[in-house]
Design a protein around this ligand. Sequence first.
Ligand SMILES: [Zn+2]
Length: 310
Amino acid sequence: MSFSLTRLSSGTVLRHLFRVPGTSLSLPVYFLSGTSPGATLLVHAALHGSEVVGVEVIHRLLETLAPRDISGRVILVPVVNIPAFEEGRRCFSQTNQDLNRVFPGRSNGTLTERIAHLYFHKLVRCSDAIVDLHSTESPVLMLPHVRQRVLQPTQAHRDLMRATGLSALWIGPGVLGMLQVQAAGIGKPCVTVEIGSTADVREQDVKTGIRVVRNVLKFLKMIPGRTSLAKRDIVVQNTVPWYGSTNTGLFRVAVQLGQSVEKGELLATIFEPVASRTIELKASYAGTVFGVQQSPQVRRGEQLILVAPE
Ligand SMILES: [Zn+2]
């Protein structure tokens, strides 16, 4: 069945199933059509099937966002990578491909590539901006943050990142096939946010996710209200190394996410019960705690704590 955005009637919510060509899989997509003209914002979760905080964020948005309050259109996709979500895994085991590395996909490729192709051409292309919801892989937990994967973002992309209201920014190189990178290539700003981890759906993370989307909607003048723009005072490059574990034992964290630490301050201890000794991990520079490993037991060489330099 062909589908056209322009045929949606205003003030309504429509659930449409997009069939992935050549497969029996359908992708459920919700279209919230406002009563006045405006931008089209695409919000999705679970490009990685185990990252489900965003799924709950979208579920709540569907319950609370009323089309009559919207200018323009909001497109909500609770789960993009359905096969991986059904397995509770980051990637679908049968293709073993990372959906967020195969955009813009192939119409005659693997199931993962076909999902990417459908998603990119049917939904990304018809949107003005995209919010891409992710979570970190457990046992690592990080501050809710924006992931910048484009080396030189356009002004629209920069504005969108600030419009999230998140003051933490992680900057790393873009990889071809990532949605953010491929969307930038066709002039569509896509903001990737990491909220919570795969271990849990914490209420505070869900609320952060809802706040991020509502902030962006306000910034795009799609719902009333003022956005409090992020100042971006906590920035970390992917080249900043994590504090790693030098031994195997019980990990006790002495700091909290978002906490400022001074050089020489105690970050954590690792207790070795067999050798009956405790190793102290101290900050070698001042900064803000950006990521912390949550597992009580750690092994030599594991990433433990990431501190964004001052
Ligand atoms: Zn992810």
